[in-house]
Design a protein around this ligand. Structure first.
Ligand code: GUN
Length: 302
């Protein structure tokens, strides 16, 4: 429906969800809690990261994680292993971190080199220190609604919906993408009793994807295909959450690349009630959720 006095605009009042400012609020909450722990003479929360090799993207993500730790007063440790490290050596390092009482939680940055079996690595992490929430024990607990570490992107998206008071109960939620890290866990969370959405998980074999998407009250694009979601796939007034962060070359940035979302923002945004931008939407929430999970690990709540 078009706006009566402004023919170019839709009737809905569109709001851009600000992931940066929401993440900053959560970060400040965590920083305050850390300060009060230190005042009570408790030790600093400690997050460790294992980085195998020197993939450009992984280096950047791990550097952000370390920066985030510093900003909230966490201790952080980066364990660097050579690209050609054996799976056995990596598993030994994981065993050490599992046993180290000074480490509250840790992650192994993915992807790993081809000669290492990712699932063996994830399964070797103590579920109580698995702040990525990738261990089958944590995934299983999430499925049946027990306290668990929830992987950072789904956790961040749920937090955004809550903090923006977006109605989810009875809403038709379509998630495009079924990855173990985002689409699948998010589909579980969105259908839980506290959220109460009716969930469809769409994927590459879904028939008439345009029709499926255009029936969504909440459309979550997590397929990793830049600008895949166009205006004709979106219902007027929908809430659109863009999880895409594909790096594309750019001459306009110092790094030589910029991030592109899965949603064609300029044409989709005018139809939405809420939409997350890329960058500045889901990304900062993913980062802060790792810190939230580390606080949960500190309190031994999972
Ligand atoms: N690679 C891309 N995203 C992630 C993440 O959330 N955790 C880890 N460990 N590796 C990643």
């Amino acid at each position: 429906m078009r706006h009566p006095t402004c023919p170019g605009a839709y009737l809905y009042c569109m709001e851009i969800i600000n992931g940066n400012s929401t993440a900053k609020i959560i970060k400040d909450e965590i920083a305050q809690e850390v300060q009060s722990m230190i005042r009570s003479r408790l030790r600093q929360p400690h997050l460790a990261a294992i980085l195998v090799g020197s993939d450009g993207g992984s280096e950047t993500y791990v550097a952000y994680k370390i920066k985030d730790c510093k900003e909230v007063g966490f201790r952080s440790t980066l364990v660097r292993l050579d690209e050609d490290v054996t799976e056995t050596s990596l598993l030994e390092k994981i065993g050490e971190l599992n046993q180290d009482p000074d480490v509250d939680g840790f992650i192994v940055q993915l992807p790993l080199p081809d000669h290492i079996n990712e699932q063996n690595v994830i399964t070797a992490i103590d579920p109580c220190k698995d702040v990525d929430g990738f261990h089958p024990v944590n995934v299983g607990k999430t499925v049946i609604g027990l306290p668990s570490f929830i992987s950072a992107t789904p956790y961040g998206i749920i937090e955004l919906l809550k903090r923006y008071n977006i109605e989810t109960s009875g809403k038709n939620c379509v998630i495009v993408g079924r990855s173990n890290i985002v689409g699948r866990p998010l589909s579980i969370l969105m259908s839980q009793k506290s959220i109460n959405a009716t969930v469809t998980v769409a994927h590459s074999r879904t028939k008439d994807l345009k029709k499926v998407c255009s029936e969504a009250d909440i459309l979550i694009a997590a397929l990793g295909s830049p600008e895949f979601i166009k205006a004709d796939m979106v219902k007027e007034g929908a809430v659109v959450i863009d999880v895409g962060t594909t790096r594309v070359p750019s001459t306009e940035t110092k790094s030589g690349f910029r991030l592109k979302g899965d949603v064609k923002f300029d044409e989709v945004a005018p139809k939405c009630s809420y939409i997350t931008p890329v960058p500045g939407g889901v990304g900062p929430m993913t980062r802060v959720s790792l810190l939230s999970n580390t606080m949960i690990a500190v309190k031994k709540k999972c």
